[in-house]
Design a protein around this ligand. Structure first.
Ligand SMILES: C[S@@+](CC[C@H](N)C(=O)[O-])C[C@H]1O[C@@H](n2cnc3c(N)ncnc32)[C@H](O)[C@@H]1O
Length: 191
């Protein structure tokens, strides 16, 4: 278990050194940040869960632990190495790893024919994207969420706060100091 975690951290850091902007952080998120974010989700009604930027799966494993047995998790990851590693390391029939960009979230979801998403968990490095890409992804998240759907994301800076307030009806914010670096958590609801 500890060896897998170490190997995972090493692979993550190596990818950060190769693609710093896209990877967005030097190490995977801490279990404290994972717990803080996932505690915001109402898991009981969630049947279609989407994860954006799962990396090596520190959120995915915990999402699957909390998810209903009949729910599905669609994890969209742009980095091929991460997408492959995720497929190989988590064997759960409810998990579908898609190698692609969150920018195509709407078309990817349509392909699955599952309807709207009840919950989106994002690990995307929004701060490293240009304004158009950032806003387009946020608007697509809003578009594909069911009426009681939630988007939960973390950011190391508050840059995203105005755009989130613009797009979502309600946005709550908290802070997790036990992460490298410490992170702001945003929980947004569609209606
Ligand atoms: C900060 S890491 C977060 C990884 C993991 N969720 C965690 O919290 O440790 C950002 C992840 O988003 C992925 N990513 C960046 N841009 C993306 C995009 N447009 N679509 C999908 N994944 C993307 C990166 O490859 C990386 O795995």
């Amino acid at each position: 278990m500890r060896r897998r975690a170490l190997r995972s951290k090493f692979l993550f850091t190596r990818n950060f050194l190769r693609h710093p902007l896209r990877t967005g952080s030097l190490v995977p998120s801490s279990r404290f940040l994972v717990k803080r974010m996932l505690s915001r989700v109402d898991w009981q009604p969630a049947r279609v869960v989407v994860e954006l930027g799962p990396g090596l799966g520190c959120f995915s494993r915990e999402i699957l632990r909390r998810m209903r047995p009949d729910a599905v998790l669609i994890a969209i990851e742009m980095n091929r190495t991460f997408a492959r590693a995720l497929r190989n390391s988590i064997k759960d029939r409810r998990l579908f790893v898609v190698e692609g960009s969150a920018l195509h979230l709407d078309t990817i979801l349509t392909r699955f024919e599952l309807g709207l998403s009840d919950c989106i968990i994002s690990g995307l490095p929004f701060a490293n994207m240009d304004n158009t890409t950032r806003e387009s992804i946020l608007r697509k998240c809003h578009q594909v969420l069911s009426c009681r759907g939630q988007l939960v994301l973390f950011q190391y800076r508050l840059l995203l706060a105005p755009a989130l307030a613009d797009i979502f009806r309600s946005v709550e914010r908290s802070y997790e100091p036990l992460n490298i670096p410490p992170a702001h958590v945003f929980c947004c609801t569609r209606e």
